[in-house]
Design a protein around this ligand. Sequence first.
Ligand SMILES: [Zn+2]
Length: 247
Amino acid sequence: MTLIADLVSLHQVDSQARALRTRLDSAEHFLAIQERQRVQLGGRLEELKSQARQHQATAANHEAESGSVKARIETLRTQLNTSTNPKQYAAVLNELKLLQNKRDEIDNLTIAQLLKVDEVKAKLTEVDRQLAERTTVRDGGKAELNTCRSEVGTRLSELDRERSIAAQRIPKHDLETFTRAADLYEGEAMAELVAVDARRREYVCGACNMELPPEKYAALVSNPNVAVTCTSCHRILFLAEVSSIVS
Ligand SMILES: [Zn+2]
């Protein structure tokens, strides 16, 4: 076989292998994104839980403080009822008023904390819902990846094997040119040299449609053991006859 025919053979297995690998890669990529989002949501969930606990604890402290103030108020009320000295009565009454104000303030703080707890819990519910949703999507992605692996896996290793056999026949320099173009054009490393008007010697690249100098055609016809590339896109050119011989 000529170099060009060998390159066309390589292209056939290489492009198939790349297409399958792309499918596998996108399934893996999709799953990785879902996992990352799940981790972020999980972190957010823990953060909110900790906030809720903090607000609850602060509320409980306020409640306890309010309770001890209440006990003191009750003691003072008893004193007030049994007080016979007007001066002492006035002092107790004054302290009672101050304590009542203080208790109101503490109770307001408690209410504010409990409102915050409710607020955080509402956020928690929402993040929990998002997490469940993301988990469902993640599980779908996992199943898709498994299907993909079982469908693609065997075929891909076959193609990889065929590819390396086909690549062994290609000289290093040409293989580099091929791989560069294949990487650049998602596996489309080769392009047919198309004769638009053979009599007028008008040729174009079948991939990028740019005009090619007639020397490219002449070179391909005269020596099919030298790789000729498109001036514009640098894909390796072949003639239609070659591809029909190979396939
Ligand atoms: Zn081209």
